[in-house]
Design a protein around this ligand. Sequence first.
Ligand SMILES: Cc1cc2nc3c(=O)[nH]c(=O)nc-3n(C[C@H](O)[C@H](O)[C@H](O)COP(=O)(O)OP(=O)(O)OC[C@H]3O[C@@H](n4cnc5c(N)ncnc54)[C@H](O)[C@@H]3O)c2cc1C
Length: 423
Amino acid sequence: MVESNWAGNHGYAAETVLAPRTVEQARSAVAAAGTVKALGSRHCFNDIADAPGGVLLDLSALPTPVEIDAEAATVTVSGSARYGDFVGPLHEAGFALANLASLPHITVAGSVATGTHGSGRRQPGLASAVSALELVTADGALRTFSRDADPDVFPGLVVGLGALGVVTRLTLDLVPAFDVRQHVFERLPWTTVYRHFDEIEDAGYSVSLFTDWAGDEADHVWVKSRVEPGAELTEPSGLLGALPADGPRHPVHKAGIPADHCTPQLGLPGPWHERLPHFQLEFTPSVGDELQSEYFVPYGDAVAAIEAMRGLADRLAPVLLVCEIRTVAGDGLWLSPAHGGDRVALHFTWRPHQPEVEALLPLIEQRLAPLGARPHWGKLFHGTPARAYPRMADFRALAEDLDPDGKFRTPYVRRHVFGESGS
Ligand SMILES: Cc1cc2nc3c(=O)[nH]c(=O)nc-3n(C[C@H](O)[C@H](O)[C@H](O)COP(=O)(O)OP(=O)(O)OC[C@H]3O[C@@H](n4cnc5c(N)ncnc54)[C@H](O)[C@@H]3O)c2cc1C
């Protein structure tokens, strides 16, 4: 088949793509399939969403009702909903999600399945907001699970890599709507980052550092701050010596990319959903022609990880567009990259040169291995991360229980969950 992921670097090897219009059709398709996997908005960079020789269920034709329960402070959306489809109505109803990723184009189901995250030292990944989900399991049955009713297995179900079934509904925790303003500060010396990492991360609700690792400074610090009602707005004169940018910036500003596709900066207050993502729904996010990788290390090892990557600056330079350093609060979800403690995430936006990127990944992973780095499940990585997850054996048992015949056990799942080499 010729369909591919968003980046165009993975052509799906599934035999068929089906687009069910109802949950009933999805259930029948799963029950009839030999090998099957759900497909979200296709923003992963590896074969995680593929089902070679089998059936891919493209859920984008499912209806996308948005059910807000104001009393419980939850929203329930369908397995095909993209964040961008419902964040506006949520805000109008007086609610917000606590955090968002850099782009609103991705589905909730696909994002939480891969441990997708935004930034913020006190903000866990997006999967932490899920309080219930509805799952079509391998036999076509429709089952519901919730954080409260199923405390033993729920932490294993949410970051599920698509390996447990097809998610058709998710319920997410809400918080009261809030406003955010974002400022970009330029040229923060690494020596300052090393000495004041906590202070920098505490400078806002969500903080990102951007760098190409060349030189002695981080190029940008993006600080997204909550605007408290009635608070007087003042313009910051700088951040630990880094000065406010004199205009909007794209993360790859150094390569001359304009900031037209980015959410408003320069301290202009606006709703959470129009500031927390870096990129606007109506435009291509990031660069478009790119690949991505990302590694998570314990928060306390931030400086060691930065030093390790600075040591590779010359090797990274030919293929790197930009690197982003973010933080993610720890959680208890079994396959969450932030399982067991706060993490610093080192994200790489690469030029679309896959062989060169793949040649570098073992080197990066070797340098980060002493820190117990975990790769982003949905981006390019080299090794297999199973050993970095203390609850992996429980996840395998859950997958065997829900999918005894291995319908969802695709090559990616066999390699990275079941530890089968050569898959
Ligand atoms: C430009 C760009 C920016 C990005 N920014 C970030 C970021 O800020 N933070 C971050 O962490 N990641 C980021 N990513 C990565 C992205 O968020 C993840 O790859 C995410 O999984 C994409 O969701 P999707 O809907 O495209 O899922 P897909 O790629 O379509 O699928 C991913 C996985 O989810 C499963 N899945 C999808 N839908 C369902 C369902 N209904 N039921 C069961 N399983 C399902 C699939 O089977 C597959 O295993 C970015 C990617 C791009 C291209």
